[in-house]
Design a binder for this molecule. Sequence first.
Ligand code: AMP
Length: 443
Amino acid sequence: MTFRDLNLSNPLWNALDDAGYTKPTTIQAKAFSVIMSGRDVQGIAQTGTGKTIAYLLPLLKMWTFSKLRHPQILIIVPTRELVVQVVGQGEELTKYTSAVVKGVYGGTNLNTQAAEIAEGLDILVGTPGRLLDLGYHGALNLKIIKKLVIDEVDEMLNLGFRSQLKHIMELLPEKRQNLMFSATITEDVEMLISEYFNSPEKIEAAPSGSPLTNINQVLYRVPNFNTKINLLELLLAKRADMTKILIFVSTKALADELYTNISEKYPDKTGVIHSNKDQNFRFNAVNKFQDGSFRMLIATDIIARGLDIEDVSHVINFDLPDEPQNYVHRIGRTGRADKKGESISLVSDLELDYLDDIQDLMKFIVPITELPDDLVISTELTDAEIPKIQMKNILGKLPKVKDDSSAFQEKKAKNKKVNIKVRHTDKMMAKYGKKKTRGQKKK
Ligand code: AMP
């Protein structure tokens, strides 16, 4: 099947030709007729599956010029980086039409963006907070919105954007087509859909939580942090095929620490991004990684989510994320658009619970690769790794046993382990030597 088999238009076919896209990806092929039918749509697709073009193509096919120059299509995404990317793909596809695509996001001057909107536009891409500010400011007229896309809904809800989304929906006309895309369907996502969507049709690029099959997953069991550093250095020195490497870590502090370490050896080849870096620094780091000036980019989860960087050869999980879905998102940065990719995870004993959760989610056991013979195993532990006696916390409360044995049900082996409850904070204390919140925190 090629894009010529979809009932598009010459301007769209020509734009696709220019961009070098010939064959629709699975989600693009599946989404087209469903979106064209005008129904609400619930799409399950990770970044890397081509989901942006999957919703842009039918929406652009259905778009017609309006003299009002208020947006008719609204696309809400969780991060500024994603705004820039979706606008980029929108501009690419609309180059032979008169449709104008614009993007708005926080951290930049509100009045400048209001002035740009006043000049007129057709398709608006934005982050929830900034869209609301502009709506309340009176700069944005959302009254002729016909199509609403909420992209990366799961991430949006993780970041606590639920009430902003609700307020934005209140500003929209009731009669509209709703599309949402999410990598995972959580209870929160289901709730949002049942509240605002009208019996949506479900389309799926890959089952929720399943990693893309063109990613070769490798796992090293590494005793401690310093050995992880040694292994990373060894891989960087030996593996010439590792040309474009995205290195993930769980915290900003660790990102900075690792950057200091790696950039000593590779000063002009290493970049770092996390939410404490300002917008220009972030764009600059991503651009240098994109164009190949940087071989390595060290990143935290939230900031790298949805980033569309071409030809990432390797994703390295310097540590495992505490949210299993984030593992799937991380490794999905490589092996994009049907290319081959490799992910390498460095896993210490303290992270084995995370590994269990990830493997449960994927329903896949990542094979363990033997450590290289020339790896120097460090015995020097970091403060966080020195065992602390935390018996009280670790044991916690034993569960109450019911007297009525007939009501007792044997738990599955997997669930039995929750009988000894280790609090999240204690796990994080053991891992990082400090408290770390789950999910909500901006990384
Ligand atoms: P997305 O999942 O929307 O973030 O897209 C992932 C990447 O795939 C982007 O770089 C797109 O430019 C690229 N892409 C999207 N559709 C196609 C296609 N049909 N053929 C080749 N590349 C594509």
